[in-house]
Design a protein around this ligand. Structure first.
Ligand code: SF4
Length: 271
């Protein structure tokens, strides 16, 4: 009589139960739920070729996941600590800013015309990015994010819903005092009380913000800031000042020779 080969991928009952919860949790980042489902499928004795087909994974990836599970238990479904590798942030630019700082480092971001994206579309792009890369957090820049505060709040809530563990940071030309007093403009013309409430809610969801106008007369080398008057404010205990590294500049040169400069060129923009 031909029997079924013994399943070499057995999970203890408590691991099976925990992974089932993760697999069914619609709030989790997709790749974590997928890893849980893969381990459960192995435990059920599903054929590896079928698992490869269902989840779009290679045999090597499945084998690596199982090896990780052997070493780390159920923690294998979560992202590993990145030893020595800088955390990766997903950047959301808000087009438009009416603050008109002299010498604005990105004048093309001041006009309120650009690509219109809905909140679910931004969240979808974030989810697509998380499939490729383990993301530490999301930062909002511009332009001026607080001038679209209503949309900003929606985006934060939507991303938090799909990825409860990511951090949030913001670059704003407003000071904390201005925002707390509701002294800022929004695209949807909220009144002062609405703006104070909006800021209180957004502040409660942020981990950090770099705040204040850009002042071209006050160059700075401290992390994240573009001029010395700006403040790095930590709203949660997730980060400390020392978590933010020295300023870096990235220059991408496209096929046609067009170059894109990203970051903080402390010594000026090369010409
Ligand atoms: S706040 Fe930023 S984007 Fe707005 S004008 Fe100042 S430097 Fe430019």
């Amino acid at each position: 009589m031909r029997g079924r080969l013994p399943n070499k991928y057995n999970l203890p009952a408590e691991d099976r139960s925990y992974l089932s919860e993760l697999a069914d949790n619609g709030q989790l980042i997709q790749r974590i739920a997928i890893r849980a489902r893969v381990l459960l499928a192995l435990d059920r004795g599903e054929r590896v070729v079928e698992i490869m087909r269902w989840f779009g994974l290679s045999r090597t990836k499945i084998w690596e996941l199982w090896q990780r599970y052997q070493q780390r238990g159920v923690d294998a479904v979560f992202d590993e600590e990145r030893s020595g590798r800088p955390p990766v942030f997903f950047l959301v630019y808000f087009q438009g800013c009416s603050l008109h700082c002299p010498g604005c480092w990105n004048p093309s971001s001041q006009k309120f015309h650009g690509i219109e994206l809905t909140v679910p579309e931004v969240a979808q792009r974030f989810e697509e990015a998380t499939r490729l890369e383990s993301l530490e957090g999301v930062t909002f820049s511009g332009g001026e994010p607080m001038q679209q505060a209503e949309a900003l709040l929606e985006v934060i809530r939507e991303i938090r819903r799909v990825a409860p563990g990511v951090s949030f940071g913001m670059f704003t030309g407003y000071t904390e005092t201005e925002l707390a007093a509701g002294r800022y403009v929004t695209r949807l013309s909220a009144n002062a009380e609405q703006k104070r409430e909006l800021w209180r809610t957004i502040q409660g969801l942020l981990d950090f913000a770099v705040m204040g106008r850009y002042d071209q007369m006050l160059p700075v080398k401290e992390p994240l800031r573009t001029s010395r008057n700006q403040r790095l404010v930590l709203f949660s205990k997730r980060y400390q000042d020392c978590d933010f590294g020295p300023q870096l500049v990235e220059i991408s040169i496209e096929g046609g020779g067009r170059s894109i400069l990203t970051g903080f060129p402390v010594l000026g923009v090369p010409t």
